[in-house]
Write a protein of this length. Structure first.
Length: 216
């Protein structure tokens, strides 16, 4: 424990930078994946065939090991942020897309029929009725994608990506030296802390942005 605490004290500024970069990269990737996934969900949720195809394609991507996907992206995008963010967005799509489709198809048709009956057009029904009712499911998909992205970003250190994975890789590559184990352990602990903090933030956002009637 003394070695761990000493390492944290000596590297606290760099740890803060790595922690911030890790969280920032995950959030930006998940937000971008959310935009893409929700748009795809909106296009296909009324078609059972389209919904099944979109979900199957996104699910197939998850069977590709992250090391392999990064290896395929590096020749195309080089090292650093570009392949890292691309991989994170690809992996984050499925949970959000699937939950978007589930949320939209779960809206009671009687509710949308009543909205049209009072003069709402298709776009207003979508914006004011269907998407708000589907929002808890979409947010749940974002939470899953965020947790998934936390671990994948650590592996993306292989592609010189930003974040705490560089600490873990560096520590593991120097096993036997005095700071190797503390370095890898601190990187791992900070990823867990970041994941828990973001999950709590999503829970708070859900309470603030979901109508009480839906939440209950």
């Amino acid at each position: 424990m003394d070695a761990l605490w000493t390492f944290v004290m000596h590297r606290r500024h760099q740890l803060l930078v790595d922690f911030t970069l890790h969280v920032s990269a995950v959030l930006q990737s998940v937000l971008l994946a959310t935009v893409i996934a929700v748009l795809i969900g909106l296009l296909v949720y009324r078609s059972p065939l389209g919904s099944s195809l979109a979900t199957a394609l996104a699910g197939a991507v998850l069977t590709i090991p992250s090391f392999a996907l990064l290896g395929l992206l590096i020749p195309l995008l080089g090292l650093g942020v570009a392949p890292t963010v691309t991989a994170l967005v690809i992996y984050a799509l499925l949970p959000i897309m699937r939950n978007t489709i589930i949320g939209l198809t779960s809206v009671d048709p009687a509710v949308t029929d009543a909205a049209r009956g009072v003069g709402m057009n298709r776009l207003r029904v979508l914006a004011r009725i269907e998407l708000p009712l589907a929002w808890p499911a979409i947010l749940a998909g974002m939470r899953v994608s965020t947790q998934l992205s936390m671990g994948i970003l650590a592996i993306a250190a292989y592609a010189k990506g930003p974040g705490l994975g560089n600490l873990i890789f560096s520590g593991l590559s120097r096993l036997g030296s005095p700071n190797a184990v503390p370095q890898a352990l601190v990187g791992t602990i900070l990823i867990v802390v970041a994941a828990l903090a973001l999950d709590g933030s999503y829970a708070l956002v859900g309470r603030l942005t979901t109508a009480k009637g839906i939440r209950d």
